[in-house]
Design a protein around this ligand. Structure first.
Ligand code: FDA
Length: 325
């Protein structure tokens, strides 16, 4: 249920002047240019973090726009290499044209993954709303079948289907399955997804357990204490943790710039002290770095899609002690 407070925040924010939204989003978006993202990563490298870079934007209306995203990500790969950053890519399949021309969209993604593989760089396919869940997973399976294994997707704990997806990906990809698990940001219809906080947390935790049991690489993307606590105790039960080689007999090979079978991921600007604490404990922590010219449209659209994001940002703004960067 979306509270009246969340609705109020959305209604107020979309009427706010652009400069104000920009000022608030400064903390969550590296900036409009690639150079801004590089600067933020160089700064956060000192906190022992590694990164995944997201060029802001998603569903597009023409394949020319898809070309823009492809070209920009090629620039990102080059900047990561030139600046010796420990970073991977996060891409949105719809920004590559998935909903306009699925074949061309696939080719765009394949070309980028191929380029990244030359540098042993990982590409994560972010998970968008339920219209493209199946297609996004299929792209990962097809790329693995074509020999490109430096790619993985995201599963959303809130979706009923996610536990079955782990089974089917275990069958198809074996130990090369590499997930980001998160709660899921899109408010999905109740026929296909949980909507109560406690159900979403418990479903997300079940996914973590299942991914770990399947030998998969598991990137835990949450700022929520109950999820992080659960993940830590699940890791312990598998004998996994900081400074220990992955002891699971069914796990895949250790990969360049990856943790010992798992890592924690957080968004730029959210719960820095918690992330730094995890890093100090020896866990690999990765920060999601969004940048791009479309920061305004992206922020407003996200807010309209899921008003609770607005409430979190407002809470962080009004009660900064709950979320220090
Ligand atoms: P929860 O929402 O309970 O947040 C816990 C606390 O963290 C909040 O009380 C608040 O203090 C703080 N917080 C969380 N989000 C905040 C924000 N945006 N601003 C300010 N404070 C915030 N989703 C998806 O559908 N597809 C995807 O591909 C991804 N990818 C992704 C990558 C990474 C690295 C992360 C961390 C998250 C995603 N997500 C995502 C989003 C994810 O599904 C989820 O919506 C958010 O992480 C919020 O859920 P939490 O588990 O963090 O808990």
């Amino acid at each position: 249920m979306v509270s009246w407070f969340s609705k109020l925040v959305v209604a107020t924010t979309i009427r706010m002047p652009r400069w104000f939204v920009k000022w608030v989003s400064r903390r969550y978006v590296a900036g409009p240019d690639l150079a801004d993202a590089v600067r933020v990563m160089q700064r956060l490298s000192k906190e022992n973090a590694c990164f995944t870079v997201d060029v802001l934007g998603e569903e597009i209306s023409s394949m020319e726009e898809a070309q823009y995203f492809y070209d920009e990500y090629v620039r990102v790969v080059n900047a990561i290499i030139e600046n010796k950053l420990d970073a991977s890519l996060s891409i949105k399949p719809t920004a590559f044209g998935l909903l306009i021309d699925a074949d061309k969209g696939f080719t765009n993604i394949k070309n980028l993954v191929e380029m990244a593989s030359k540098y042993d760089m990982f590409v994560r396919l972010d998970m968008e709303d339920h219209r493209v869940t199946e297609e996004t997973i299929q792209i990962v399976v097809d790329l693995h079948e074509q020999g490109l294994t430096n790619v993985g997707t995201v599963l959303q704990g809130r979706l009923f289907r996610s536990l079955n997806d782990i089974d089917s990906l275990e069958e198809k990809l074996g130990p090369m399955a590499d997930y980001r698990i998160c709660k899921g940001i899109y408010l999905e219809p109740e026929e296909i997804a949980f909507s109560k906080y406690s159900d979403i947390v418990s479903a997300t935790n079940s996914c973590i357990d299942k991914m770990l049991a399947a030998g998969a690489y598991c990137a835990i993307a949450s700022h929520d204490i109950p999820v992080i606590k659960h993940a830590k105790s699940a890791l312990e039960s598998f004998g996994m943790g900081p400074n220990v080689d992955d002891p699971r007999e069914n796990s895949g090979p250790k990969r360049n710039s990856k943790g010992n079978g798992y890592e924690f991921q957080m968004l730029l600007g959210v719960r820095g002290p918690l992330r730094r604490k995890l890093a100090q404990e020896g866990h690999l922590t990765r920060v999601y770095i969004p940048y791009g010219a479309k920061w305004y449209e992206y922020s407003i659209r996200r807010l309209q899609e899921n008003p609770t994001v607005g409430a979190q940002v407002a809470k962080a703004f009004l009660m900064p002690w709950t979320n220090r960067p």
